[in-house]
Design a protein around this ligand. Structure first.
Ligand SMILES: Nc1ncnc2c1ncn2[C@@H]1O[C@H](COP(=O)(O)OP(=O)(O)OP(=O)(O)O)[C@@H](O)[C@H]1O
Ligand SMILES: [Mg+2]
Length: 303
């Protein structure tokens, strides 16, 4: 059984009928036998052209000499950062270090004071829309469309990403299963708990085909242990398949187990960068990311 048939078999009758309509399958019989409809849809899907996935530009994320000021306050100073396809880069730093500001500039939500930002080769300052269409962003404090139901939100995201009608129905079902959203799919976004909202937002990002360029601000915060584990496994798999991922986090165990490289920020400046082994070679006594982080951001507190 192929993946499409597997998903079709888990669909509700309404979803199957919507698929049939989107595929122009005539529904003339008074009663349609479910298994026959699944077979019919599966064979139509076989005929639809499967487009080869476009690999990402390398680097997929490029930030050069970026400074962001808020009045006299320098939130980020002269930052250089690249993320290549097939890489997870961790942006770590204490409160107020400039992580969220960096991600907001990257996504085109705010403009840098100086410097340049490119996403998949698109200049986010001059022409942000093409870059925004390939970027999946999870903000630190999500406030999005409280009066849309989860299913409506997923459909809306599929439209933004240009997913076909048929694939939208398929992918929504896939995401509902992947992020355990069945119970909430017809609830309003505004009524979801923090963790369930996070799952709905993640489902919205993954509604389009990979590879992805992802910018996640504290993505694990708010998820329960199973949700966190699932997300970490998913990100590791996506990385292997060629996605480019930038994750800001305080949770250093997560960063250590997930990221290939780190950028450590403090007061808007980069104070360390590289792999864990490169960073630990800078200090005699620091081996874990936590120790390196503390050494680079004010020293290990004496107890
Ligand atoms: N819109 C704004 N106006 C003024 N100052 C701001 C604004 N946004 C951020 N800042 C300041 O810029 C600095 C960096 O903030 P930012 O939110 O990027 O830090 P962060 O590393 O994400 O911190 P945290 O770990 O607490 O989330 C802080 O001093 C913050 O107060
Ligand atoms: Mg932040």
């Amino acid at each position: 059984m192929d993946a499409d048939t597997n998903i079709l078999q888990r669909m509700t009758s309404n979803e199957l009928v919507s698929m049939a309509v989107a595929l122009d399958i005539p529904l003339t019989q008074r009663s349609i036998i479910r298994d026959e409809l699944v077979d019919r849809i599966a064979s139509e899907l076989e005929k639809t052209e499967k487009k080869g996935l476009k690999p990402l530009t390398s680097p997929a994320i490029r930030i050069e000499n970026m400074t962001k000021r808020f009045g006299p306050k320098v939130a980020v100073r002269d930052l250089n950062l690249k993320v290549n396809p097939g890489e997870i880069v961790g942006l770590v730093g204490p409160n107020g270090a400039g992580k969220t500001t960096t991600l907001r500039v990257l996504t085109g939500i705010i403009r840098p004071t100086s410097g340049s930002v490119h996403v998949n080769g698109h200049d986010m300052c001059k022409k942000p829309i093409p870059g925004k269409r390939v970027l999946g962003y999870i903000p630190e404090r999500p406030t999005c469309y409280p009066s849309l139901k989860v299913r409506e939100y997923l459909t809306f995201m599929a439209r933004i990403y240009g997913v076909s009608k048929v694939n939208t129905i398929l992918r929504i079902r896939e995401q509902i299963d992947l992020f355990h959203l069945n119970e909430f799919v017809d609830s309003y976004i505004g009524t979801l708990s923090k963790g369930n909202l996070q799952r709905a937002l993640l489902a919205g990002i993954f509604i389009r085909d990979p590879p992805y360029i992802l910018a996640f601000d504290e993505p694990i915060y708010g998820l329960d242990p199973r949700g966190a584990w699932n997300l970490k496994s998913l990100l590791k798999r996506l990385k292997k398949e060629g996605s480019a991922i930038l994750v800001s986090t305080h949770i250093l165990e997560v960063a250590e187990s997930l990221c290939d490289r780190f950028i450590i920020m403090n007061h808007g400046n980069v104070v360390g960068r590289g792999t864990l082994s490169k960073l630990s070679s800078l200090f005699d006594k620091a081996t874990t990311l936590e120790e390196i982080f503390l050494m680079l951001t004010g020293g290990i507190p004496q107890t």
